[in-house]
Structure formats: C-alpha cells, structure tokens
Design a binder for this molecule. Structure first.
Ligand SMILES: Nc1ncnc2c1ncn2[C@@H]1O[C@H](COP(=O)(O)OP(=O)(O)OP(=O)(O)O)[C@@H](O)[C@H]1O
Ligand SMILES: CC(=O)N[C@@H]1[C@@H](O)[C@@H](O)[C@@H](CO)O[C@@H]1O
Length: 446
C-alpha cells in the first residue's frame, strides 16, 4: 500500500514556503522540522452521492493547506494554546482550528498514541473557504498528516483517507469520503474516479482539447454552521430506509442508497423507477415517516437523524433519491466517455455536466440564485458544460471550456459576473482561474 511521499522543497526568500518559514521563525525562534501539504479539489461530476455510497470524479487543485511544524515533548499544541491530551471539539462553533483538531484527534485515536508529541505549527491556506473546493478537508487531512509524521506513525494513503473521512465528522457534518480521498490519492495530471467500500481510485484521462475553469460565486456557506448539508444526508437515509422497508428488507440495517440498490439487485435506471413507484413527490412529515417505518420520534432520532436535524419537520424524499440515482449514472457515463474517447467526447461530457447542475438545482436544491446565474453566464460564455461543485448553496462553478477559447471565456465571465458588482470587481484573479489536475498530500523537508 502506498504511503504519502516525503520530498524536498525550496524555501527561498519570498517563495511561499520561504514566507511560511519566516513566520514560523518569527513565532518560535527556530526553523520548522518539516512541512506538510494537502490539496483542495474540484469535483467534476458526482455531487452529493459519496455519502450514499456512489463513485465520484474529482481532481486535486493547486490551492492547498501547508503546515510548518516542529515537534517536542511538551504535550501541548502551540498555534493556539491547547493541551493535546485533553482535546475538545466544539460543534456549535466550527471555527477554523477545530478542523485542525479533528485531524489531530482522529490520528491519535486511530493509532492509539498514548504520549503524543507536542507541536508548534504555522498554518497557511490558499483554498477559498466555504467555496466548494474542500478547504475544510484539506485542513483536516494536513493536520492528520502532521500528527502522523510527528508521532512516528506510517499509515497508507488509503488508511489516512478513510480515517480523515471519519474524523472530519467530529465537527458535525456527516459527509462522504470524496474530499479526503482525493486530497491523499491525487496524482498530478489526472482526474480520479473514487469508489467507496472499499476505497479505490482510478486515473481518468480527460480530453486534451478542453480546460476546466473554476469561478467562485463569492456566496459563502459554512456547512458545519448550518443544517443544510446534514438535512440532505438525512433525507437520503430516510428514503433508503423507506424503500428498504417497502421492499421487505430489514430497513434498520440500511443507511445508504447504494446498499439498498445492491440488496435489491437493481440497475441505477431501475432504481429511479422504484423511487417513482414507492415515494411521493410532496414532502414527508416526520409523523408520516415514523408511521411508515413503525417507530416513535425518539427511535427515528436514533436510527436516522443527526444532532442538528432533530427538529426538522418535513423531508423531501422523492426528488433527493431521483437526483442521487441519476447523478450516480452520470458519473459512470462520464468515466466511460473519457475511456472510450468518441469524436464528440467533450460535447457528451459537457452535457452530462449541464444535466448534473440542473439536477442539483431542481431536485437536490443545493444551489442558490447567484450560483445559477454564474453557471448560466459560463454556458453563454463558451463553456461546453458548467455546474456547481462541492456542497453548493454558494461557492464555485466548474466549467469545461475548449482549450482555444479560455481567454475569451474568462473575459466574458469577468464582464458579465464580476464586472457588474463593485465588491467583486477587484477580486477576479483569485476567483476565476483555469486549473489542471494537481498532486496529492506530501511531507516536505528543506
Ligand atoms: N485558509 C483557511 N483559513 C481559515 N479557515 C479555513 C481555511 N481553510 C479552511 N478553513 C475552515 O474551513 C471552513 C470551511 O469549511 P466548509 O466545509 O464550510 O467549506 P469547504 O470545505 O471549503 O467546501 P466544500 O466542502 O463544499 O468543498 C471555514 O469556515 C474555516 O473554518
Ligand atoms: C467534508 C465533507 O463533508 N465533504 C462533502 C463531500 O463529502 C461531498 O458530499 C460534497 C458534495 O458532493 O460536499 C462536501 O464537500
């Protein structure tokens, strides 16, 4: 099994690492022992389906989190002050250092480290936050990597991915494992199909005549501070359980659509038909769900809800389930098109991206007006396909643009989206950029 690589980095004055080193020396009066990095990602297709057990197709981006580190025997974390032997993560207040604590606590628990090393750290992040590019997971993964290295542990990339997907849930969001997997398993120059249970990553060769361009709507939504994300997770869980029960399965044993689909031996198309047959389009009240599953509200809280969804009164099940099964199908078609390379590959891929956005907007309702407007502008500006990426409700769109039209695309989106708003005009370069598949997490020495 492959481990995270250890390489050399240049820390010349005024380089990124040089500036991080200066900051470290200013804070602690000595050089860092090493640096760890973990990248953000852009998901090309497969939104809100990883936590349902389905494959997704992201690539790492250049933007990342870098942590400069020195370890000691104090048992304390110096960055903000904290005792490593007494970690508490406040779910009510998902401030940035709590994501660091998720990675730290996760690794120590997983490896059963009894006397953890003290850490002096400086953290530097270039991923726009709450923008759908996985800034939170990059921070969790990087913190876990720092802790692993400092404590002389050696987990494989796969173990780290699974462990970080689990420990990011300390913050309260019940995400899937896409972000952590691509952060560790990415290879420069290739997108990846990420499959779950067991975790597996396969290179996906993208067409050479297109470039992926990221544009940030600049609407921010912190997933852990709201219940939007977990409500979708819970809606998917309830829909799986109702389908399982109606079809005579032991519904308490199911939490994810992929497991129900497998148990019933259905294709994804057949699963969409089962949704039509079993679920109604109107929202379900909690009482109705309890009636179908034959449980009390307290039992439902145990079997299906999260701490921040206990008070939700209605659940939309039909549309969420239809999105998940059809989006899982689009991922498979996207991968197949990349593999087979038909003459019209980029048109086919573009249309899959457009359909994905429509499904996220209308069925999953995880977009917002500004993001929809941005996606429309991207399509009018020459993109073959464009869609929201990441959790949504704001954040970024990813567009697939013919390689010879990137400049005119960027000019048009700049005028039509950023140029119309005084707050955004000054921030175009950091919010609208072409991207190539980047590399995964690494440890660097000077
Ligand atoms: N460079 C950074 N500076 C400060 N906080 C950061 C940084 N990177 C990540 N964070 C933390 O991560 C949070 C964002 O996490 P959130 O899950 O809302 O979005 P995301 O991971 O960027 O997007 P998505 O999961 O949709 O791809 C921020 O509110 C902050 O607490
Ligand atoms: C860390 C976390 O919760 N990440 C989730 C990711 O797992 C996926 O569900 C995505 C939507 O496709 O939304 C977030 O980025």
């Amino acid at each position: 099994m492959e481990n995270v690589p250890v390489g050399k980095v240049s820390v010349e004055i005024n380089s990124r690492y040089g500036r991080i080193k200066d900051k470290f020396m200013g804070s602690y009066g000595k050089k860092p022992d090493y640096y760890a990095r973990a990248s953000g990602r852009v998901n090309l297709i497969g939104e809100h389906i990883d936590y349902c057990g389905y494959s997704v197709l992201p690539m790492a981006i250049e933007q990342d989190v870098v942590i400069a580190v020195s370890s000691n025997d104090s048992g304390r974390l110096q960055m903000f002050e904290c005792d490593i032997n007494d970690l508490s993560i406040n779910k009510e207040k998902p401030v940035w250092h709590n994501y660091f604590l998720c990675g730290l606590k996760g690794l120590l628990e997983h490896c059963k480290v009894t006397s953890p090393k003290g850490l002096q750290c400086v953290v530097d992040g270039t991923i726009p936050k709450s923008a759908g590019l996985s800034s939170s997971s990059a921070l969790v993964c990087c913190a876990a990597l720092v802790t692993m290295h400092a404590n002389g542990q050696a987990l494989s990339k796969k173990e780290l991915s699974d462990m970080c997907a689990h420990c990011e849930r300390f913050i309260g969001t019940e995400g899937g494992g896409m972000d952590q997997a691509i952060s560790f398993m990415a290879n420069k120059g290739t997108a990846k199909l990420i499959e779950f249970n067991p975790l597996k990553s396969t290179d996906v060769e993208l067409p050479e005549d297109v470039v992926f361009v990221i544009s940030n709507s600049c609407v921010e939504l912190n997933k852990a501070a709201t219940s939007h994300f977990n409500i979708r997770v819970v809606e998917c869980r309830l829909a799986s359980q109702i389908i399982a029960k109606t079809k005579g399965l032991k519904w308490r044993e199911f939490k994810r659509f992929a497991d129900v689909q497998k148990a019933l031996g259905l294709t994804l198309d057949e699963a969409v038909n089962v949704v039509k047959e079993i679920l109604h389009q109107e929202p379900y009240t909690k009482e109705e769900v309890c009636g179908i599953l034959e449980v009390t509200a307290d039992e439902l809280a145990q079997t299906s809800l999260s701490a921040n969804t206990l008070d939700v009164k209605t659940f939309k099940l039909h549309d969420r389930a239809t999105h998940v099964f059809s989006e899982a199908n689009r991922v498979l078609q996207f991968k197949k098109t990349c593999d087979l390379k038909p003459a019209d590959a980029s048109v086919v891929l573009g249309n899959l991206m457009k359909d994905s956005h429509t499904s996220c907007r209308d069925l999953y309702q995880c977009s917002c007006d500004d993001l929809d407007r941005l996606v429309d502008i991207c399509c009018q500006s020459g993109a073959l396909g464009s869609r929201l990426t990441g959790a949504g409700w704001g954040g970024c769109a990813v567009s697939m643009v013919p390689a010879n039209q990137v400049d005119s695309f960027i000019k048009s989106v700049t005028e039509k989206y950023y140029g119309k708003d005084d707050r955004l005009k000054e921030k175009v370069t950091e919010n609208l950029f072409a991207t190539q598949p980047g590399g995964g997490a690494a440890i660097y020495l000077e």
